[in-house]
Ligand binder design. Structure first.
Ligand code: HEM
Length: 462
């Protein structure tokens, strides 16, 4: 059967196949191409496994659409860094447009260049590191409020839900201040589900969302930031240290509508992914009690010496930093993302000429677990980051790029690392998080999250 359908595919797409001749990959069949492969497991795992079978570049077919799956650090560097100008972001812009409005995620040059620069984007304020340090108490206060409730809960919690709510409030407090009245976590969540649904829908058949409840959630979610921007404009508080106030004080020419979209972008970009990173870290620590004990000892000592710990205390020499890096190496929350060759040119990749608009898929897992680079690559070993490990593998380098790399690397990487560490330190210094039972990995807004994972918080004895 596969033979007949394989022949049919060749008859229908033979001319296009010729352009990619010699690139290995599963055999496509008419009319679906190679997508039946993805029925065998999670697409992100299947794509990473192609490395073992086909090497660093694999040709897959979504129906009659070819895509190159990249599992090689040199090819990925070429696409994201060396020849970044030869590529643009296509998928999932159409899916995200009505949900995210105007953010960096759904822009390309030249619009992107006008906005991804100081005085245009709040994540690029002057004095960023100093501002970030000033947010430690803000973040701790949100976490501690939630933590009291979590510790008072008998039995197990749905840990992902709790951490997402914490991240939601943390980002809102940092961007708009502790008194900000947000549009409600549920409204944000509904919007994120619409984004997920649209990302999984064949892009050619997408129509604008019609659900009234979705539009109501959009109104409440964005309305909250509109109110915050209006208030900050009309009654500027010279002492306010939230990102919105600092950004406005430094001066900007972007419109208030654009600013609202950027404030909301924090959640689109950071909430689901940061929560996923934290929950994955809990699960890894749970199965490595010796690391968890060591981390608890270190956190207790840090707090004993410096109760108001700062960025430096949880910096690159701390175990919490190494634990988080190791978690992001083994389980990158954003496991793959795409680019397309620009429509107005061809480019070369791995010595081959790629036609205009060729889609490529960047996959992290195989590279971040490459045995040619990492010792015991599948092992959870936070100590690999000590003694030069970070310097050899900085964020955004060949074998470690959980935030992407190159000119479009995650703009929130610093604040994400920072907030994840403080949330982890605040919780783990007070309690062990005992995860249990089954869970499932699902895609949520392009992030792989561990859903339905139950956890009990066991307070540490003083
Ligand atoms: C664990 C947390 C996070 C992970 C794993 C993550 C991952 C990523 C990745 C892989 C990209 C690159 C996508 C590409 O090149 O197409 C990206 C882009 C981006 N991220 Fe993050 N991110 C995280 C948190 C955040 C946070 C907290 C924010 C905002 C505060 C944020 C804002 C952005 C923005 C604005 C972009 C788009 C940059 C551009 O396209 O020019 N991210 N992120």
């Amino acid at each position: 059967m596969a033979g007949i359908f394989g022949s049919l595919f060749r008859m229908r797409y033979g001319a296009l196949m010729k352009k990619f001749e010699g690139i290995p990959g599963p055999t496509p069949i008419y009319p679906v191409g190679t997508v039946t492969d993805f029925a065998k497991g999670n697409p992100w795992d299947i794509c990473a496994d192609y490395e073992k079978q086909y090497g660093g570049m694999t040709l897959v077919w979504f129906g009659g659409e070819p895509t190159l799956v990249l599992n090689d650090p040199n090819l990925i560097r070429d696409v994201l860094v060396t020849k970044a100008d030869d590529y643009y972001k296509d998928y999932p812009i159409k899916a995200l447009n009505p949900v995210l409005r105007n953010t960096l995620f759904n822009l390309n040059s030249p619009e992107l260049d006008k906005l991804r620069k100081p005085h245009s984007h709040p994540l690029l304020i002057e004095g960023w590191d100093q501002w970030l340090n000033s947010q430690v108490p803000v973040i701790k206060s949100v976490v501690n409020r939630h933590l009291s409730n979590m510790l008072a809960t008998e039995g197990e919690l749905e840990i992902l839900d709790k951490i997402q709510r914490i991240c939601f409030e943390v980002f809102n407090s940092c961007t708009c201040g502790p008194d900000f009245e947000d549009g409600g976590f549920e409204n944000f969540y509904k919007i994120s589900e619409m984004a997920t649904f649209r990302m999984a829908t064949p892009q050619a058949v997408l129509i604008p969302p019609i659900s009234p409840s979705f539009h109501n959630s959009m109104r409440l979610h964005y309305g909250a930031y509109e109110k915050a921007v209006k208030k900050a404009r009309q009654n500027p508080d010279p002492a306010a240290n939230n990102l919105l106030s600092v950004f406005l004080r430094q001066g900007t020419e972007i419109s208030d509508t654009q600013l609202v979209d950027f404030l909301s972008e924090f959640h689109a970009g950071g909430n689901i992914s940061s929560a996923a990173g934290i929950v994955n870290t809990f699960a890894l620590l749970n199965s490595h009690p010796e690391v968890e004990k060591k981390l608890h000892r270190e956190l207790t000592e840090m707090i004993r010496q410096k109760p108001d710990y700062d960025v430096a205390s949880i910096g690159e020499t701390s175990l919490v930093d190494h634990v988080l890096r190791e978690s992001l190496r083994l389980i990158p929350p954003v496991a793959m993302f795409g680019r397309n060759v620009r429509k107005d040119r061809t480019t070369t990749l791995g010595g081959r000429e790629l036609p205009p608009n060729t889609a490529v898929m960047i996959v992290m897992k195989a590279v971040q677990r490459s045995a040619s680079h990492w010792k015991n690559p599948d092992q959870f070993d936070p100590d690999r980051w000590a003694n030069g490990g970070i310097e050899s593998n900085p964020v955004g380098s060949d074998y470690f790029f959980p935030f992407g790399r190159g000119p479009r690397m995650c703009l929130g990487a610093k604040i994400a690392m920072f907030t994840m560490k403080i949330i982890l330190a605040s919780i783990l210094s007070k309690a062990a998080v005992r995860t249990s039972g089954s869970s499932k990995s699902v895609l949520h807004c392009g992030v792989i999250e561990t859903k339905e994972l139950k956890a009990a918080l066991v307070p540490h004895q003083r």
